[in-house]
Design a protein around this ligand. Structure first.
Ligand code: CUA
Length: 151
């Protein structure tokens, strides 16, 4: 007797939840906070600040590395900082998902088009650090790496 009532109750709940999700996603623009367009559809180039990637000095031994991951390299391709420097990496992709890993450090990120991945790392030991892609991204994946030199 009550089964039909419960069935209706279930259906009404389902519709209610779905509309809450729908309204929050579309009407209120609820997206992950870092979502942004990283590829300008008009010029087919990266949007700021990724149109001018580079290593920027932010203070005493404080650097910001704005980097672009594209099949099959990272830009800039050479980075150099003095030992003891803290580097904030801000990385995005304009094509496919890439990886961003610096072996022997805690730096290991996934780089997704439309999102900016950020990580901070202090380099105390001088040497050459490899920044490599650890996410299969196509035919040139295995050569996708650049060097960070700590002097
Ligand atoms: Cu980029 Cu693998």
């Amino acid at each position: 007797k009550y089964e039909k009532l419960w069935l209706w109750f279930g259906a009404v709940c389902l519709v209610a939840f779905l509309s809450i999700v729908g309204v929050s996603a579309y009407a209120m623009g609820s997206h992950p906070p870092s979502h942004m367009e990283t590829l300008d559809p008009k010029t087919a180039t990266a949007t700021a600040p990724f149109d001018k990637p580079g290593l920027f000095k932010k203070g005493n031994k404080e650097y910001e590395a704005v980097m672009l991951a594209q099949a099959f390299t990272f830009t800039p391709q050479k980075l150099q900082v003095p030992a003891g420097s803290t580097v904030t990496f801000k990385v995005t992709s304009t094509d496919v998902v890439h990886g961003f890993q610096i072996p022997a450090t805690n730096v290991n990120m996934m780089i997704t088009p439309g999102y900016v991945s950020t990580i901070k790392q202090t380099f105390t030991k001088p040497g050459k650090y490899l920044i490599l892609c650890n996410e299969y991204c196509g035919a040139g994946h295995q050569v996708m790496a650049v060097t960070l030199e700590v002097t």
